[in-house]
Design a protein around this ligand. Structure first.
Ligand code: 5GP
Length: 236
């Protein structure tokens, strides 16, 4: 397994710089970034929708988590995850490098803190593919900046079908994921928005609508106070 001392330190410069290098929409320059959480049981279409959303909107960057789970065929180190071993994960916890972390399917997953801070400061949005445990922790840490979206599958049989045709997991893993899907779904009411992913394109449109509206919330538009002062004078 890949060992990399200071992996996320490296990432701090690298990822933060990548965030800063994204094009800036003048209309959104004076706003706080959004932290968009997309949670769902495995197989509900979260990865596909994340990919579509990122392709679609240059203002959104994905948060790359660290994980102790083994790399799967087709996955890329530091693109899909920072794949680390248990010793490195422990070090990252001790160093306070995670904004949240949680055990999922017998492995540990954590969200690096530095890119989140950089994105927020730069008024850019960051997308998190994390579970309900991570969402609860992020909510406790930075609730005001968070937009929580939960994706439901149209049915449990459709979910099983999607897991089987994905072909990345063994039957035992699929059975395990189906068992856990129920407990993941039981947290649906902790989210701000809940979508049923019957059609990926329609779901993407719904997510884009949510993002557009959330960007316009008064509290996020930090330039408004000065703008309105100019508009009608400071006495109001
Ligand atoms: P997978 O191993 O299939 O990529 O992901 C398994 C689960 O772990 C998914 O539900 C995913 O959302 C969750 N996950 C991925 N990264 C993180 C993370 O950094 N924190 C938490 N809490 N969950 C994560």
């Amino acid at each position: 397994m890949h060992r990399s001392k200071g992996l996320l330190d490296e990432g701090r410069g690298g990822i933060a710089r990548a965030v800063m290098d994204q094009p800036v929409d003048p209309a959104t320059r004076l706003r706080r970034g959004l932290l968009i959480v997309l949670s769902s049981p495995s197989g509900a279409g979260k990865s596909t929708l994340s990919r579509m959303l990122l392709q679609d909107d240059p203002l959104i960057t994905i948060s790359v988590s660290a994980t102790t789970r083994p790399i799967r065929p087709g996955e890329r180190q530091d693109k899909d995850y920072h794949f680390v071993d248990d010793v490195e994960f422990d070090r990252l916890i001790r160093a306070g490098e995670f904004v949240e972390w949680a055990p999922v399917f017998g492995h540990r997953y954590g969200t690096p803190k530095a890119p989140v801070k950089a994105a927020l400061k730069a008024g850019r949005d960051i997308l998190f593919d994390i579970d309900w445990q991570g969402t609860q922790q992020l909510h406790a840490e930075m609730g005001e900046d968070l937009v929580r979206i939960f994706l439901l599958p149209p049915s449990m049989s459709e979910l099983q079908h999607r897991l089987q045709t994905r072909g990345t997991d063994t039957d035992t893993v699929i059975a395990d994921r189906m068992g856990r899907a129920e407990s993941e779904i039981s947290h649906w009411a902790e989210y701000d928005y809940v979508l049923i992913n019957t059609d990926a394109q329609r779901c993407l449109e719904e997510i884009r609508t949510i993002v557009a509206a959330e960007r316009l919330r008064r509290a996020r538009q930090i330039g408004l106070v000065a703008f309105v002062r100019d508009l009608i004078g400071p006495q109001h």
